[in-house]
Design a protein around this ligand. Structure first.
Ligand code: GUN
Length: 292
């Protein structure tokens, strides 16, 4: 069994990006600048956005955190987005999800300039990705592809079963795995909450990509020997014995499934760290594309 070490691979990628930033600095060029918009005080979102901003600082990017109160109106958030679209100093930005219930998420994502949409959530980028055109690929799917590529995991002609059809992970993952290329050329089954007999698909899978959010859902008896496991789940499970009061659990029962797997991502330390690295990569790409 080989551990797909997202911490290691993400550090390699961040080093590569840092080298590019150093080159920009030595040429007297402007460094990439990422902005993040956070509306409200959601605990997990605060943690994620904090990590993104710190990662920027570590590799030499400029970063801006735009923190707005939970009571911010949709109109005011749209004004903030417009301001970032028109701000030449900002190469790319993200609006952290979820947004408060009184704000129409789709309306906000549609307002983001596709050329600055480093999350890859705008329909223009999603469509371009699906058509093999230059785009911004959402960070988590992009990170999974890099993790597979850099570990030489063979996906050609394999049966990939994706669990979950979210716009952020499952749906784009199903597209990327079926595209021509390496990683890619996979035969993909996209399963979801209405799938009948999910276990029958899992037992046939060469590669399982789970983005379900149910702790330890995938058990050893549901997968075949030699399976490749990509676990996107990161659920906080209450645990009084832990200083934080919770532990992070993946979708996969790691201890038992890892005994049958050829490759497996740990949680934490698998897909999670890759997501931030690929957001930085997208920001570097945004910076490069804007200067061309
Ligand atoms: N919320 C959970 N994941 C993400 C992400 O990748 N980007 C944004 N903007 N919000 C999120």
């Amino acid at each position: 069994m080989t551990l797909l070490d997202g911490k290691q691979v993400s550090n390699d990628i961040k080093e590569e990006i840092k080298a590019e930033v150093d080159k920009m600095i030595s040429k007297g060029e402007r460094v990439p600048h990422l902005a993040a918009v956070l509306v409200g005080e959601d605990g997990a979102s605060l943690t994620y956005v904090g990590s993104k901003v710190r990662a920027c600082e570590r590799i030499g990017f400029d970063s801006t955190l735009v923190k707005l109160p939970a009571s911010t109106s949709e109109a005011d958030l749209l004004k903030t987005v417009e301001g970032l679209n028109n701000n030449d100093a900002i190469d790319g930005y993200i609006v952290q999800l979820p947004l408060p219930k009184h704000i129409d998420e789709q309306k906000v994502l549609l307002a983001v300039d596709p050329d600055k949409d480093v999350d890859g959530f705008h329909p223009t980028n999603f469509g371009r990705m699906a058509l093999d055109m230059e785009s911004f690929i959402p960070a988590t799917p992009y990170g999974i592809i890099e993790l597979l590529r850099r570990n030489n995991v063979d996906t050609q002609g394999k049966h990939t079963v994706v669990i979950g059809r979210s716009h952020i992970v499952g749906r784009p993952m199903s597209i990327l795995m079926s595209q021509k290329g390496n990683p890619g050329n996979s035969t993909v089954t996209l399963t979801h909450s209405r799938t009948q007999n999910l276990e029958a698909y899992l037992r046939e899978a060469d590669i399982v990509i789970s983005a379900l959010g149910v702790p330890e859902f995938v058990k050893a008896d549901m997968v075949k020997d030699g399976v490749v496991i990509i676990d996107v789940g990161i659920t906080r499970v209450p645990d009084a014995s832990h200083p934080k009061g919770y532990v992070i659990k993946g979708d996969v029962a790691f201890d038992e499934v890892s005994k049958k797997a050829s490759f497996i991502t740990p949680v934490p330390g698998g897909v999670g760290p890759m997501t931030i690295a690929m957001l930085l990569k997208n920001t570097l790409l945004a910076r490069e594309r804007r200067s061309n």
